[in-house]
Design a protein around this ligand. Structure first.
Ligand code: ADP
Length: 138
């Protein structure tokens, strides 16, 4: 069983979040930690310069609250961390896994609307380069 599980969740396509968290809980050992990560799209400087001050912090806080709610709705209450970062999703998922000593990544194979794909672009790169085991949810 795994002790330190990373579940990357694209909040723009939340349909897969519940089943991914359930899979993570099924694979979690006693006292395992679950980290939910949403990698937010980078806003070009020219656009962000016109946003009210604090917009990025607000977006981050509301995304983290949404991740925690998804966890609660799927029965995950203890030892949960909600994280956000900005950058290319596959890169940030892999960097988080290395930095935080993750022992399992639970990822969906693709977004629900692309059901013909074997593996989506983010999932494929995570599977290829992960430093740990990867559970691919179909
Ligand atoms: P597709 O190419 O069909 O869009 P992806 O490979 O992008 O499929 O998505 C598969 C899974 O990768 C998602 O369900 C999620 O687990 C993860 N993922 C994709 N984008 C992000 C993101 N921005 N933040 C966190 N996880 C992501």
């Amino acid at each position: 069983m795994y002790k330190n599980i990373l579940v990357p969740i694209d909040l723009a396509h939340k349909e897969t979040a519940g089943p991914m968290i359930s899979d993570a809980l099924a694979l979690a050992g006693k006292d395992a930690k679950l980290t939910l990560l949403y990698v937010m799209p980078d806003i070009p400087g020219i656009v962000s310069a016109h946003l009210p001050e604090g917009s990025t912090d607000q977006a981050k806080a509301s995304a983290e609250a949404e991740l925690r709610e998804l966890a609660r709705n799927s029965g995950a209450n203890d030892n949960i961390e909600a994280l956000t970062s900005v950058g290319p999703p596959h890169h940030n998922i892999l960097e988080t896994a290395k930095r935080d000593d993750i022992d399992l990544i639970v990822i969906a194979s693709h977004q629900p609307e692309f059901s013909d794909y074997l593996l989506g672009s983010v999932a494929a790169r995570v599977v290829r380069h992960a430093p740990c085991s990867v559970h691919v949810m179909r």
